[in-house]
Ligand binder design. Structure first.
Ligand code: ZN
Ligand code: ZN
Length: 361
């Protein structure tokens, strides 16, 4: 049984940020953000939040589901079913509001043009990531869900790993991981599972193909599960037939050392870019700086990729309760690729790993 989440506290936190954003109310249109703020999981709805009220406007399909879910989540949101269309209802609700914030990152140009028409007389203000910023710091209930998703991916990898030595195709291993995650209780995989080997492993986000995994291949498995909407993310790399003593062995050792350095650099108050530097320095020292062709990590939660970014250009500062990945890699055409990735939660002076698969798989 998963512990409850603090959904009821989230609207208050959002309200506290509205003044700074220069708007008297926010129209939340991202279904993920609506779910976060209210507990509603339907695919059609708009949430209006002002200083005094929060109103979820949905349609007849969710007449029963919406009140049930917001009540279960202890969210103080009123539910309105738009019988005569959403425009009439929402323009009535926003009467008297001089500045209405829109979520610039989740509405289309066409929607924005429609809203200009709907909210005639109200100034529309673009807001950037107000709810996404709140989502970065997880409560205990959210951590329990991400941990459960991480444990499922751990279990699936342990179950499927022996198959790698039996000459399967990349696609067969990826399918086995997907099935194992569902059997272990995942509602879905967190993203298209990556199993790439040999030359294909030199591409960080290659798709699994029909090539047979052979002795001497480097193999990269990147997988995650979803539990109650929350994602996990983990990558393990290995070489079929042992690490050997060539370039592949150096890559496996250096990337793992880089990942350890990155994890060791994480703490509340640390610049996210410093974690990227910690990983990159180890790989540069090993002569693999140019082979590390992507950022070090990203936040994980209701989305597989969310804030904060752990890259060289990130301006974020890590805070306790944020869940992030640390995933340095090295990719060399003609040799292959290696990536190590764990999902961790920032905790005071350090962090705690949520994905627990052993380093050598
Ligand atoms: Zn991943
Ligand atoms: Zn990742």
């Amino acid at each position: 049984m998963l512990p409850p989440m603090e959904v009821g506290l989230r609207l208050g936190r959002l309200r506290a940020s509205l003044d700074d954003a220069g708007c008297g109310a926010l129209l939340v249109t991202s279904t993920t953000n609506i779910g976060y703020l209210t507990g509603f999981t339907g695919s059609a709805g708009m949430l209006l939040v002002d200083a005094d009220r929060a109103v979820l406007v949905t349609d007849g399909r969710y007449r029963d589901q919406a009140p049930r879910e917001v009540t279960a989540a202890c969210s103080e949101v009123e539910v309105e079913v738009a019988v005569d269309g959403r425009q009439k209802l929402l323009s009535g609700l926003t009467a008297g509001i001089t500045s209405l914030g829109l979520e610039a990152g989740s509405i289309t140009w066409a929607q924005q043009r429609r809203f200009v028409d709907w909210f005639n007389g109200t100034t529309l203000a673009a807001t950037d990531g107000l709810v996404e910023t709140l989502r970065e710091v997880k409560d205990e209930g959210e951590l329990a869900r991400i941990s459960a998703a991480a444990a499922i991916a751990d279990g699936a990898l342990a179950e499927v790993c022996p198959m790698l030595d039996t000459g399967p195709t990349e696609r067969q291993v990826a399918s086995a991981l997907d099935n194992a995650m569902r059997d272990l209780g995942a509602s879905d995989r967190a993203f298209e599972t990556i199993v790439v080997a040999g030359p294909n492993s030199a591409h960080p986000h290659a798709r699994p193909g029909d090539r047979t995994i052979a002795h001497g291949d480097l193999v990269v498995c990147d997988l995650g599960a979803i539990v109650d909407g929350y994602h996990s993310d983990m990558t393990r790399s290995t070489r079929i037939g042992g690490t050997g003593d060539g370039r592949e062995a150096e890559m496996l050792t250096a990337v793992l050392a880089a990942q350890k350095a990155g994890i060791a650099a994480i703490a509340d108050g640390v610049a996210a870019a410093a974690v990227d530097t910690a990983c990159r320095d180890v790989l540069t020292e090993a002569g693999l700086g140019d082979a590390f062709t992507h950022g070090t990590g990203h936040g994980v939660g209701l989305d597989i990729h969310e804030g904060p970014a752990l890259s060289g250009t990130s301006t974020a500062t890590l805070r306790s309760g944020q869940v992030v990945t640390v995933e340095p890699g090295a990719y060399i055409a003609g040799v292959g690729g290696v990536r190590w990735e764990d999902t961790v939660v920032v905790e005071g002076g350090g962090c705690r790993r949520l994905t627990m698969s052993p380093s050598a798989t």
